[in-house]
Design a protein around this ligand. Sequence first.
Ligand code: ASP
Length: 300
Amino acid sequence: MDRRQGLLEAIRRGADILRQGGHALDAVIAAVMVLEDDPLFNAGYGSVLSVNGTVEMDAGVMAAEQIDGNSEPPKSSRRLTDLDVAGAYTRAGGVVMITRVRNPILLARIVMERTPHVLMGGSGAEAIARREGIRLCRPGDLISERARQRWLAREREAVRNAAEANGTVGAVALDRHGNLASATSTGGMGGKLPGRIGDSAILGAGFFANGLGAASSTGTGEAILRMAPCREAVRLIERREPARAAAQVIHDLREATDGEAGLIAIDWRGRIGFAHNAAAMEIAMLETTGSVKHLAVRPL
Ligand code: ASP
């Protein structure tokens, strides 16, 4: 199984946007969409299946935008967002239990930008997709052959490979204007009960961004929801490097819950951090020097 190619392609798409002076929000959305379209990842097409053999996806996005002293906050920020500690305006959107949209992260962005809400679910969220011109697919169109085989294997109680079961996708970015963004998308946990909602679309748990940093997480949603590691990592970034902040929250999560989790983070200076305690986590990154790297991260 080679996820490396998909990760490098995601970085390429995000990097093109950032190099042309684009927004961190556009970069994380573009990167996550590449991975949602790649059947090797547990998001969008190729998502893991519930115990009933259905796909139900969650996704969330948050942007922190720098406003210079003279300009107005972004229009949609006025109702919904706060000026955060670092003088940036923050906005967020999430969707849960999505069954008919190929790129749930796009719908999360629409919730953020074109509705007065932050989190929407199921048929209501899909109605917004229809209204905004996103084509709805049949739920079965999202099931890849790989996901179907894994579901059948699980049904037969075959040995479960933990690394195979994972594959939630996330991206964090800082652009040259100082804007930060985070996006996370998932099919959830394989074999979940229908209707189960994980952490990935929940602000602070699966994703978070403010003017100081951005974070995205993966792992056992039931543990992550209790620890809100993305909010905590960005809080720690006020005083520590992202690498140490990520290691600290993953360590704390393991101590408190015994859950598996991984987290990526970036700060306002472009410093990158990541940590996990799960069987496997792969990341790719574009550093401020311009170099691109792919890593299979060692567990803590
Ligand atoms: N965090 C996701 C969820 O619980 C799953 C994962 O990241 O593997 O829905």
